[in-house]
Design a protein around this ligand. Structure first.
Ligand code: ATP
Ligand code: MG
Length: 408
């Protein structure tokens, strides 16, 4: 992709009201645009990062046997009344009236999935069901000051599973927990599993996937010998005053909920078991916020010049800076080799600005083709040299095109 044609270009300043590092760098770098507090556009660069995150999630979800679908975001009041959440979750849910009918914008999808399950399940042979989607969630977040870590509108991958027994549910539940650990490992985030309470979702314990980060809103606790970390809400007074318990700030990037049979009972999602009796399905839900994950990566991986993306989710593999027209042929050769390149071909822009933009945008590898690099290769007939630099290092090296390809 030629940067001269890229929409939009970098900005010198972030909006004054943005205090979070993730929002400042993502806005200046051209990844997101702020419409209002808690509401952001994913610009082409940001979209590429989120699509990479989503693809990793998708691959790991599919490995668990889950299937992707897409559910609506506009919900009738009646479905939320079936579980009582129209009232109990009214603080978080955007509710409104139109033509004498009441609606909500989706803040989650348990009720909608349960409706699908009761329509399409009759026997234990139809179970288990494992479905997920990537879609927008709307939540009336009171504090929307953390950039894309806490949007009022944000992207979520939510998976739902329905089972014929508690045992089958819990076996899949822990399989998904493992899939989550693999997802975050591939993305490049070190996560801890923390026990937490279920909020408006369930009265039993849930498990959060917490990325350690100083600016995280959550405090999590751990003590030698504990299997999991614990969220503040589940800590006893005694545990809180134990000097052997350590605490850390963290960002919740995922959360899984073993919901049991409560939703199925309230919504009559029943199946006929092997013995002929009718039973409610066992149900669980599992969320990850890809846009929050993108913000978390920026909070963890940045320096005073900009973002430093982990390779797996960087918007491009290589940032090629053209300071000489011969960079054009390097660009074409990289494309031909299947490399994802952002090519800074702005001939009216000075080198300093191009380097600063590359640091801000944060692609893992920077290549430069200039008069200097070309003359360095003049000894070997026809071999132009290219300057190689990693975003997370100050070391530059002169390499041949073949050497560059071998390293990407
Ligand atoms: P929090 O406690 O941070 O408000 P939550 O527990 O309400 O989050 P869940 O309902 O568990 O969130 O949602 C699943 C995932 O969706 C979260 O783990 C997080 O990654 C993401 N998420 C939740 N709320 C937001 C938000 N306001 N903005 C961006 N991502 C969010
Ligand atoms: Mg949560």
């Amino acid at each position: 992709m030629r940067y001269s044609q890229f929409f939009p270009q970098t900005l010198k300043e972030a909006p004054k009201d943005e205090v979070a590092v993730n929002a400042k760098y993502l806005i200046r770098g051209g990844y997101i645009d702020k419409l209002m507090a808690g509401s952001y556009t994913l610009l082409p660069l940001g979209m590429r990062v989120v699509q990479k995150i989503n693809q990793i999630i998708r691959e790991e979800m599919n490995k668990t046997g889950a299937q992707e679908l897409l559910m609506p975001l506009l919900h009738p009041k009646e479905i939320w009344n079936e579980t009582g959440r129209w009232d109990s979750a009214s603080e978080v849910m955007y509710q409104f009236e139109k033509n004498d009918k009441e609606y909500a914008l989706s803040f989650t999808h348990e009720e909608i999935v349960m409706d699908l399950i009761r329509k399409h399940t009759s026997s234990y042979k139809d179970l288990p069901i494992k479905v997920y989607h990537f879609s927008t969630k709307f939540r009336n977040e009171l504090r929307a000051k953390s950039g894309i870590l806490r949007g009022r509108e944000f992207m979520m991958k939510d998976l739902y599973s329905a089972h014929f027994s508690e045992e089958d549910l819990m076996e899949y539940y822990w399989k998904v927990a493992d899939a989550y650990l693999e997802i975050f490992k591939r993305i490049g985030i070190d996560v801890k599993i923390a026990e937490a309470s279920g909020g408006v979702f369930t009265t039993s314990h849930t498990h959060e996937f917490q990325a350690l980060c100083e600016v995280g809103e959550d405090t999590i606790y751990h003590k030698e010998g504990w299997k999991f970390w614990k969220n503040k809400e589940v800590m006893t007074e005694e545990e809180l005053s134990d000097p052997d318990v350590k605490s850390a700030q963290a960002i919740e990037v995922g959360n899984i909920f073993p919901l049991g049979t409560m939703y199925a009972e309230k919504m009559s999602a029943l199946f006929t078991d092997q013995d002929g009796s009718k039973k409610p399905v066992w149900f669980a839900s599992y969320g990850i916020g890809p846009t929050r994950v993108m913000g978390t990566l920026v909070e963890i991986f940045h320096d005073d010049k900009g973002i430093i993306w982990p390779e797996a989710v960087a918007p491009f593999q290589v940032h090629l800076i053209g300071l000489h027209e011969k960079a054009d042929s390097v660009y074409h050769n990289l494309l031909e080799a299947g490399v994802e390149v952002l090519y800074d071909d702005r001939w009216d822009t000075n080198a300093g600005t191009k380097f600063a933009d590359a640091d801000l945008i944060g692609i893992p590898v920077r290549l430069v083709v200039s008069t200097k690099t070309l003359s360095a290769g003049s000894g070997q007939a026809g071999t132009a040299m290219i300057e190689w630099k990693k975003r997370d290092s100050d070391k530059t090296e002169l390499l041949t095109f073949e050497e560059v390809l071998a390293r990407i």
